[in-house]
Design a protein around this ligand. Structure first.
Ligand code: FES
Ligand SMILES: [Fe+2]
Length: 365
């Protein structure tokens, strides 16, 4: 079942916008799209990008705009070493953005082409994502020189594992995408399904949370016995421990371990524009890794799960178009409150954490 796109659902790509966090890594696209000599476009934080892979294997991301007259560089050519603009043929080295040739220059010109740069952003490949470091507006090429935060990476606990990936466009801004992701109370309503859990299984939950750098952790615990994926892990008869972290700007990591078996996922909600976002999930596990069917099975269940979130958010976007006033309640919306406080601290450039120590939250789900 394909995931819906916003156009199919008839929802205009419009809605309240969110303030964006720059100077951090965001996944732009899957690197299996970066075929030899191909330029692929993507959009991050409202910035049009063109990505590719050099002959030597390195991935790159440039602003999809020629510094000469602004035509998208993606209309040009890429020979594996240089991106050539289709308008006047300027040639750029794509990792640095440096212009290496201006064909129109004559022997009478004294212009040094190599002093000219197209905007190129730091770009790294991890877990099949091309992660792009998006500098703040105005900081332009500066990001090339500064000390960057580490590139996000999925945690793995051994050399042998299987992986899966899925993605879905969400017609809402990144804040709604993120608080939807961390919201514990929608599960029984949005994700009720025979294989997952039914609404009748709602019961009171107590979860421990603790502050971590720029985020919070739902502390290790035996996960809900009433959810199918955990039952799957439970067959090993080992105590199951789960840790779920959220860290700015947009990352949720979940690690489930039972003895030497593990499942790990990294979910990101990335602003495509100020008013739209995209959810990407990558997962790895060594549970049943010898069973050939597990990858498609996990993909099927995962896709259905994300599709349910996506359908709900498309419906929510219909309501958000009219700018309603909204509310956050205790305790089920507490993580959302922490998120907004952490984000504000980051935007203000101050180190301030909304939690002063571990807390217990209670809700029914
Ligand atoms: S617009 Fe790109 S070379 Fe002139
Ligand atoms: Fe959900």
């Amino acid at each position: 079942m394909p995931l819906l796109t916003t156009t199919e659902a008839g929802v205009p790509i419009q809605g309240p916008s969110a303030t964006l966090i720059y100077d951090d890594w965001y996944p732009a696209l899957r690197t299996d799209q970066l075929l030899k000599g191909k330029l692929v476009t993507a959009m991050l934080l409202g910035i049009p990008l063109v990505l590719g892979r050099r002959h030597d294997g390195r991935v790159f991301a440039m602003r999809d705009s020629c510094p000469h007259r602004g035509i998208p560089l993606s209309y040009g050519w890429f020979d594996g070493n240089h991106v050539t603009c289709r308008y006047h043929g300027w040639e750029f080295e794509p990792c640095s953005g440096r212009c290496e040739l201006i064909p129109s220059l004559s022997t009478h010109d004294h212009l040094d082409a190599t002093k000219i740069y197209a905007s190129a952003y730091p770009c790294e490949e991890r877990d099949g994502h091309a992660w792009v470091y998006v500098p703040g507006p105005g900081s332009g090429k500066r990001a090339q020189g500064v000390e960057l935060r580490p590139v996000p990476e999925l945690a793995k606990f051994g050399p042998r594992y299987r992986t899966a990936f899925l993605t879905a466009d969400l017609p809402c801004n990144v804040d709604h995408g993120i608080i939807g992701l961390m919201d514990p109370a929608h599960g029984p309503f949005v994700h009720q399904a025979w294989w997952w859990r039914s609404r009748a299984s709602i019961r009171e939950k107590t979860k421990k949370f603790e502050p971590i750098a720029e985020g919070f952790r739902m502390s290790a615990h035996a996960p809900s016995a009433n959810s199918a994926p955990y039952k799957l892990l439970g067959v090993y008869g080992q105590p199951v421990e789960t840790t779920i972290d959220f860290v700015l700007p947009n990352r949720r990591t979940e690690i489930i371990r039972a003895g030497d078996k593990w499942f790990s996922s990294l979910t990101t909600v990335t602003p495509v524009t100020a008013s739209t976002c995209r959810i990407d999930v990558i997962a790895a596990w060594n549970v049943f890794y010898w069973v050939p069917f597990l990858t498609p099975i996990a993909k099927f269940f995962g896709a259905k799960f994300v599709r349910q979130d996506q359908e709900t958010m498309i419906q929510q976007a219909e309501g958000l178009r009219h700018n309603p006033s909204l509310m956050l309640i205790d305790d089920a919306d507490k993580p959302a409150k922490w998120y907004f406080a952490l984000k504000q601290a980051r935007l203000d450039g101050i180190e301030k954490h909304p939690m002063d120590g571990p807390v217990e939250l209670h809700w029914r789900s």
